[in-house]
Design a protein around this ligand. Sequence first.
Ligand SMILES: C[S@@+](CC[C@H](N)C(=O)[O-])C[C@H]1O[C@@H](n2cnc3c(N)ncnc32)[C@H](O)[C@@H]1O
Length: 295
Amino acid sequence: MSFVEYSDCIQDGDVAIVYLGHNSVMPVKVQQGAQTQTRYGVIRHSSDLIGQPYGSKVTCSKGGWVYVLHPTPELWTVALPHRTQILYTTDIATITMMLELKPGSVVCESGTGSGSLSHAILRTIAPTGHLHTVEFHQQRAEKVQEEFTEHRVDHLVTVRNQDVCKDGFGVTGVADAVFLDIPSPWEAVGHAKAAMKRQGGRLCSFSPCIEQVQRTCQALVDQGFQEINTLEVLLRIHDVRTVSLPLPDFGPDSRSDGVEETSPNHAAVSLKTTTPPREMPGHTGYLTFATKPRT
Ligand SMILES: C[S@@+](CC[C@H](N)C(=O)[O-])C[C@H]1O[C@@H](n2cnc3c(N)ncnc32)[C@H](O)[C@@H]1O
């Protein structure tokens, strides 16, 4: 198993994603002899996991069952231990596309935070690209480095424990794309420009507040960035359900024999439909994109 390469069977040392139900998943480090408690009972790694194909339905000790899934960045995003606020797949998908990431891309990122976005970047740029990620909080930097090693993607990423606004990304003239998720991105725009290739490239900054966006856009203009665009992406998940709709009652039928139909019409139709959510996840942040032109 690796987060950038699929394998068929669960092996000792893998990180598997246990699917417990809709909106409920947990990561499990697979270890010979280990056990994991779930609400359906115990999973015994040696007999229930190791050697089984990914996607297997595993019966737990209390008779309930779970599915054991191969990890992906999308599953990791909903299963990972939060050390910070994280980016979710709707924003991540837009960022990946708008930064034009592909296999071989060199990307700079700050802050690394909980590594939610980093895993998606790594999957996209593998097997030949590289991610330079900067996190000034020492424990967070150490923890995410540990996870990259466990997930067997550490050859694709360099974690630097420094302040991106003071010390930059630690590389110059190499990046195809830069991503910022820090409280004062405008202070890092100059460093972002320096990290990018002479041929130019793409930048994205994520900020929850419009005042942050305004300052970032001004810094981007001052640094000669072009095609500056800010957008927000909102997700609406529809539920599929069967509904029963009563047929309208148009009153008594006029029958040809002159006898009026008086019994009420209780007929109804049953149909499958989708319903939009009553509550929606609200604002996450504004995404500001820009292009550094060739110099
Ligand atoms: C919201 S989190 C990033 C979450 C990340 N995008 C994810 O998807 O998991 C912001 C991170 O930036 C770090 N940070 C804030 N300012 C920084 C700076 N000037 N230099 C480096 N890291 C910084 C914080 O310590 C925090 O871990």
